[in-house]
Design a protein around this ligand. Structure first.
Ligand code: CP
Length: 339
């Protein structure tokens, strides 16, 4: 399985092949089974040093990466920008190189600007460092571990007894909300279309420009070709009431008020009326479809509390718990890259 793993860094899902996805998914399943069987900690990464470098706030990603590293018996060190030498003028690239020089095997990096993890990985490679970079979310670009844990969560919903990624083929996955500011949505698009899911993006024009229908058709920068030969489609709907009728699953996105640089919405109230997922809108679909949200949630803005607290197929907590074995899988694969 791991013979085919060729990534020193995980910065995006746009360069993932089907074998790459399967390596992560199968390891996730194994780590989750071990955990469910009561084996909380295994010695797989004893002697490996993992550094979490978060320049932007996080609850889920940071804590589950750190827990995943500890469950694999790795040593974990944590960088805190407010108490670091950034205040003395040290650059973030020099900060990363400092941790690499301490012997860190994997830098788990989050930054509010797109491509910071890529720039750090280039600098490390140019200095012949063996240290890997794992992107924990960069600007509007990519959040690969979230894309993978969402992929795993959806596959397990549709095939609970086994792991059948092909179950997603032709499933209609509705992604609702603030797509333009969402690195999670971009990673979801790469991962879900790779297994043939058809995506409906739903939201106002200002948050979902028409160009998104071509998102997975044009090769991203720094990449010659798409390793996936055939992908599911991406269409856009401006009406949640219309599109929810056809959905097999819904991913609700957070309205990212902190990234709203321009006046992209006339009012939160009108957004809420049209696009907040409520039990009334959900009842237009006559199946018990799964609802996902990457978190953090804005209750009553993009999703109703009654769905979060009372709807049995709301999978938000499953996403959080699946994040730990997914991140164990990524850390394990990267740590073995240089073995
Ligand atoms: N989903 C997600 O990235 O959450 P955090 O910002 O809490 O890590």
């Amino acid at each position: 399985m791991m013979k085919s793993w060729l990534h020193k860094h995980v910065l995006t899902l746009s360069n993932f092949s089907i074998d790459d996805y399967k390596s992560v998914l199968e390891l996730t399943e194994r780590f989750k089974s071990l955990n469910n069987a009561g084996t909380k900690k295994i010695p797989a990464l004893q002697g490996t040093l993992i550094t979490s470098i978060f320049f932007e706030d996080s609850t889920r990603t940071r804590n589950s990466f750190e827990l995943a590293a500890k469950r694999l018996s790795a040593d974990v060190q944590s960088f805190s920008p407010s108490s670091s030498s950034l205040s003395k003028g040290e650059t973030l690239i020099d900060t990363a190189l400092t941790y690499a020089a301490m012997g860190s095997n994997i830098l788990v990096i989050r930054h509010s600007s797109s491509h910071v993890p890529l720039e750090i990985s280039k600098k490390l490679d140019a200095s012949y460092s063996k240290t890997s970079v794992l992107n924990a979310g960069d600007g509007l670009h990519s959040h690969p571990s979230q894309g993978l844990l969402d992929l795993y969560t959806l596959i397990k919903f549709f095939s609970p007894k086994s792991l059948k990624p092909e179950i997603l083929n032709s499933k209609k996955i509705l992604i609702v909300g603030d797509v333009i500011h969402s690195r999670v949505a971009r990673s979801n698009l790469w991962a879900l279309t790779a297994f043939g899911a058809d995506i409906i993006l739903c939201g106002p024009t200002t948050l979902i420009p028409e160009e998104f229908t071509d998102f997975v058709n044009s090769s991203p920068p720094n990449q010659l070709k798409d390793p996936i030969s055939s992908r599911g489609s991406i269409t856009i709907s401006r009406s949640l009431e219309d599109s929810i009728k056809y959905a097999d699953a819904v991913i609700v996105l957070r309205l990212q008020k902190e990234r709203m640089m321009e006046n992209l919405l006339s009012s939160i109230k009108s957004y809420n009326e049209s696009y907040c997922l409520t039990p009334e809108k959900l009842s237009l679909n006559n199946k018990d479809i799964p609802i996902l949200h990457p978190g953090p949630i804005n209750r009553g803005i993009e999703i109703s509390s009654r769905i979060v607290d009372e709807y049995s197929n709301c999978l938000i907590n499953d996403q959080v718990s699946n994040g730990i074995p997914t991140r164990m899988a990524l850390l394990y694969l990267l740590s073995k890259f240089n073995d």
